[in-house]
Structures are given as C-alpha cells and as structure tokens.
Ligand binder design. Structure first.
Ligand code: ADP
Ligand code: MG
Length: 259
C-alpha cells in the first residue's frame, strides 16, 4: 500500500530524514519510535504529502504520491499538533469537517465512545488539552479508511481515554487496516504493536517485531530495550548508505538489530 524509497528531507542545514526505506503492506499496527527530533512526524507528514522530500520517492497503491492528492481520502491522519478555530463550538467543527466529505461519518458513535456529549456546545478554545485531543481523535477516526496514521494520539489523554483509544486501535486492526502510530507510552507499544520501526537522527535502526527487538538486546521489557539501544553507543542504521563513522562499528551490531 505504502512504499518509501530512500526518502530524504532537509530543513536548512538540518538533515532530518537521511535515506528512509520502508514499506507498509500488511494490515496491523506499526509503532514508529524514536527520541524527540528523530524525524517521526516529518516521516508521517511526508506520506501525507505535507512535507515535500528532497530526495527519494513515496508510492501509495503503486503510484508516486505527488501525482494525485486524491490518495489522501484513503488515509485518516491525526496531526501531533492540531490547531482548531478557537471560537467554534465542538459540534460546529465536526459538522464543518463532515460537510467537506461525502462519506458516511461515524462521529456520533465516537462522541459517545469518548463521552464528549457534554462539551459539544463548548467553544474549542475553552477545552482542556485532553478533551481537545479526544475531539482531534473523533475528527480523525470518523471515516472508514484503509490507512490510519496517528502522530502522538496518547498526548494529554487520561487513563480512561487511553483505554478508549486502545479499543479503537484494536478494532481498526481487526478490520484489516494499516496503522502507523507514534507514542512515548511504551506499555501501549508493548500491548498493541505488531511491528516497531525505530528512528534515530533520520535513519532506521530497527524494523521488526517488538519481541525480536527485546530478544536481540537481551531486555525483557521494551522500554529498557529502547534505552539499551540508545545508550549502547554502537548503533548502526539499517539504511543502505550508513555514514562511514557508524559503519566502522562493524557487522556484528548491524546483525544484532536487523531482523
Ligand atoms: P519527531 O516527530 O521525531 O520529534 P520531527 O519530525 O518533528 O521529529 O522533527 C525532526 C527535526 O526536524 C527537529 O529537529 C525539528 O525541529 C525539525 N523540523 C521539523 N519540521 C520543521 C520545519 N517545518 N522547519 C524546520 N525544522 C523542522
Ligand atoms: Mg513528532
């Protein structure tokens, strides 16, 4: 469904994505992990065509994405930072978004799911961070699309809302959807992810099952496995063109991380 070849993106002098090769073809949940600033949001926005690459190519259903913006109708996207018109009411915003798309919306079901009935007439500018995030999730998940991209969906959510989000993610997986999710909550990754892609400084250092990541660094829990990756100081990216400095670390580490 999604193929990414040698994707590169530079902001000024900052090389944010340095040759990313990835494919998302199988239904299931992929957690895109990495420290702040490692390029996760830039990667996800590139798939949406919101960030224009400096090199490489992205294909959606075997067609380069720059040819048809229409492919976006098949992707539900939750941006990390959602900006809403502050003086609109929640119900008005949902209605406005629904007026843009002909497909059937399941906003009513999602409003109930997150218990948002009582804030429907509130202005968006008056909502707490967590409630805004729930509205953000309703807007993202109200259409039935084969691909769902969630950039930090857990931000600001209380434990009950987090469970509600998990239920929706699990339901989407059951429906055979492709989900790409970034989050800092490792327990969520541990519980849900079928695949982990670990990014660091714009390169991929691990791509595989969460269990094989844990096994290969001999850490029983994912949080510690990731910490061990970061503190090891001998990481080698999986990309086809590792810089000479990291290549010097040798084949052994490369094979540790490659599944
Ligand atoms: P992550 O989501 O992994 O935290 P991002 O993809 O948001 O990382 O950002 C990666 C790097 O690119 C950061 O250093 C960030 O400051 C920079 N960056 C992202 N977007 C822009 C932009 N539009 N202009 C300039 N720098 C940017
Ligand atoms: Mg981000």
């Amino acid at each position: 469904m999604i193929q990414i070849h040698h994707l590169k993106k530079t902001f000024g002098r900052l090389e944010v994505l340095r040759g990313i090769d990835l494919a998302f073809d199988q239904p299931g949940i992929t957690a895109v992990l990495g420290p702040n600033g490692s390029g996760k949001s830039t990667l996800l926005k590139s798939i949406l065509g919101m960030v224009l690459p400096d090199g490489g190519q992205i294909q959606f259903r075997n067609k380069p994405i720059d040819q048809l913006g229409a492919y976006r109708k098949d992707i539900s996207y939750l941006p990390q930072i959602a900006r809403f018109p502050e003086n609109l009411r929640v119900a008005e915003l949902i209605k406005m978004i629904e007026s843009f798309r002909p497909q059937v919306s399941r906003s009513t079901e999602l409003i109930q799911h997150f218990g948002l009935e009582s804030v429907l007439q509130s202005q968006l500018g008056h909502l707490s961070g967590g409630t805004r995030q729930k509205v953000n999730l309703v807007l993202t998940l109200m259409y039935d699309t084969p691909v769902i991209i969630l950039d930090e969906p857990t931000a600001g959510l209380d434990p009950v809302a987090l469970i509600k989000l998990k239920e929706l993610i699990i339901q989407a997986r059951k429906e055979g959807k492709i989900l790409l999710v970034t989050t800092h909550i490792m327990s969520l990754v541990e519980e849900l992810a079928d695949r982990v892609v670990f990014l660091l400084e714009g390169r991929i250092y691990f791509d595989g099952k969460p269990d094989s990541l844990k096994e290969r660094v001999h850490e029983p829990n994912l949080e510690k496995a990731i910490a061990s990756l970061l503190s090891g100081g001998q990481l080698t990216p999986l990309s086809s063109n590792p810089p000479s400095q990291t290549r010097m670390n040798g084949k052994a580490i490369h094979s540790i991380l490659k599944t």
